[in-house]
Design a protein around this ligand. Sequence first.
Ligand SMILES: Nc1ncnc2c1ncn2[C@@H]1O[C@H](COP(=O)(O)OP(=O)(O)O)[C@@H](O)[C@H]1O
Ligand SMILES: [Mg+2]
Length: 409
Amino acid sequence: MLNLFFPEKTTVIVGLEIGTAKVAAVVGEVTDAGGVNVIGIGQCPSRGVRKGEVVNADLAAEDVRNAIVEAEKSADVEIASVYLGVTGGHLTSLNTHGVFTAASDDHEISQPDVNEVLANAKVFSRPSENHVLHAIRQHFTLNGQAGITDPIGMLGGKLELDMHVVHGVTTRLQNPVRVVKGLNLEVEEFVFSGLASSLALLDNEQKQMGVLVVDLGAGTTEYVVYADGVIKHTGILAVGGDHVTNDLSHGLRMAPARAGLLKREHGAATIEGAAGQTLTLTNENGFPDRRVNLEHLRRIMVARLDETFQLIDEDIGEQGFHEQLRAGVCLCGGGARIRDIEKLAEEVFGLPATLGRANAVGGLRSATDDPELATAVGLVKYGAIRQKSQRRVGLVGKLKNLAGSLGLF
Ligand SMILES: Nc1ncnc2c1ncn2[C@@H]1O[C@H](COP(=O)(O)OP(=O)(O)O)[C@@H](O)[C@H]1O
Ligand SMILES: [Mg+2]
């Protein structure tokens, strides 16, 4: 019988990205199968953020409020809390290693042993003013046997754990949190934006095969490497589409607003087909006022984008991840709208590159199709995973399923 008085409780989860170009709020419902259905989106141009960090809290608060109000109207819900994306050049990542040694090799690994190896892996040197944003388990190794996902109940004397850690300057992480709290909204958790974007786009097979996700934003470019099903590396460059616009503004000697428009309308990540072409620009009265060489425009863009990809390529190469990326490169962020950007990525990384689409997400079309919504959509997915694992913890009473545990991402 249909119960009209106690309808089945659906969980509404909100992802919020306070980006350099825009603030985006995405409202999602978690389906029974664990998928995410996007039921509302709110967006607002962002005025209080530079290079991914809040520089004007009042303006940022106004923009967040606008995005949230729009999302509430669009989803017809009241928003009380959000999962918040964070980024910035102060974030650092590293892989750490923890060891636990028992008295003998026929020791049965228990939960306290796992807790000890976890605690041990979390001991690494970092500036005292830094806060650990993520400590994500990768693999356990038991007496030299690598790739163990859950060692509890197994026999062994030496348990090791590899972990991926992201940390950043506490005060700088707190700035966007304070903006949100100032609007009487709870922050459920804050999550590295690049990690959120990767959650939106990737399926398990890609994570297993090895993949690089690059989120090309306005003031920052975030990237994440997965292989063997776990996060191997994360990084961030304080460079993005704003720099492309600036380069064009200098190179073509025109106002940044005009350069930004030209970038969007005529830009590309290749000079192919541009030779000899000229654009005639008109002034505000519609009269022709100057000519721009299209090849010159695109050369400027290619130089900056190529450099950005090179920096990422060098970083992942140094860490030895290049060979592990069998599923290639997946692009998102507003920069993924640049014509032929995937071709440039293929050239620089020497790997197949695709424009990412949100995976296992239904509902509003733009949630899957708009590359700049990847972070906010991914935050909803993160929230869904978190709440599911917390329910499980509640049921079973085990702490080992908390987020950050193996296989969660
Ligand atoms: N069609 C396009 N061609 C080139 N750049 C674009 C296009 N659409 C958006 N962008 C650029 O993408 C950036 C915004 O991306 P977004 O992911 O929203 O940034 P953020 O997350 O930092 O707010 C801006 O620099 C914008 O100029
Ligand atoms: Mg972004």
